[in-house]
Design a protein around this ligand. Structure first.
Ligand SMILES: Nc1ncnc2c1ncn2[C@@H]1O[C@H](COP(=O)(O)OP(=O)(O)OP(=O)(O)O)[C@@H](O)[C@H]1O
Ligand SMILES: [Mg+2]
Length: 219
């Protein structure tokens, strides 16, 4: 299973949700590759910033087998990270497509933190290539009307929506499904304990069940 998670607004919860999904699949006995197209995953996983990653691989002419050597272990043995790296983005359409097809051919569960579609326009081509090849393209959003309007106007129609719920929001799952035209596959309640674990880089080790359980229906 190859899942691509994205948002249309910064701070929606994509990175936290990607980690939650990785933890959930690992708990079910799967090997998981977490892929970072956004740059926040090393910090959120409590890891040092890797020196090289996906962007260096795209800028070079390395084989797809070389991607394995860029992977970093996390504190959960079944979860490995493919970091973004820090090379300037290149406009090489062929390399982007090759990268996306390498993820599609993975035997492990692949969870990609695609990030905010409106951030870093130079990375837009890579994001689109990855979303196009994913089995499931998933929007992560707060139950926020202004975010919904952006999705409706945006080209990408998700296959499913993960809603990160603040207390007291007026929009419910039915409203969101009607606005976006895709099913709500998970609803996660905002939990200050989750925010603290993200800040401490410990979510992958200590994700509460109240956070990972609703993610069971996503794949
Ligand atoms: N379920 C949750 N409960 C509480 N806080 C959360 C939850 N999910 C995310 N957060 C917090 O909200 C903030 C944004 O989350 P996160 O970094 O996952 O969003 P993002 O969509 O990846 O943001 P960015 O656009 O910056 O990449 C973080 O401080 C995080 O700890
Ligand atoms: Mg993020």
């Amino acid at each position: 299973m190859f899942l691509a998670l994205w948002s249309v607004k910064g701070g929606s919860g994509v990175t936290a949700t990607a980690i939650g999904l990785a933890v959930r699949h690992a708990a079910e006995g799967e090997q998981v590759l977490l892929v970072d197209l956004c740059g926040d995953l090393p910090a959120a996983l409590g890891l040092a910033e890797p020196a090289v990653g996906i962007s260096e691989w795209i800028a070079a002419d390395a084989e797809t087998s070389a991607l394995r050597r860029l992977e970093v272990a996390t504190s959960v043995p079944a979860v490995r990270l493919l970091p973004l790296g820090s090379a300037e983005e290149t406009a090489d359409v062929h390399r982007r497509a090759l990268f996306a097809s390498a993820l599609a051919e993975e035997r492990r569960t692949v969870v990609v933190d695609v990030g905010n579609l409106h951030a870093h326009p130079a990375r837009g081509g890579l994001r689109e290539a990855v979303i196009a090849d994913a089995d499931r393209s998933l929007l992560v959003t707060r139950a926020c009307y202004l975010s919904m309007r952006r999705v409706v106007r945006h080209d990408h129609a998700p296959d499913g929506v993960v809603v990160v719920r603040e207390h007291g929001r007026a929009l419910d799952a039915g409203d969101i499904e009607r606005l976006i035209g895709a099913p709500v596959v998970a609803q996660i309640d905002i939990d200050p304990a989750v925010a603290r674990l993200v800040d401490a880089g410990l979510l992958v080790n200590r994700a509460p069940r109240t956070f990972t359980k609703p993610l069971g229906r996503v794949a």
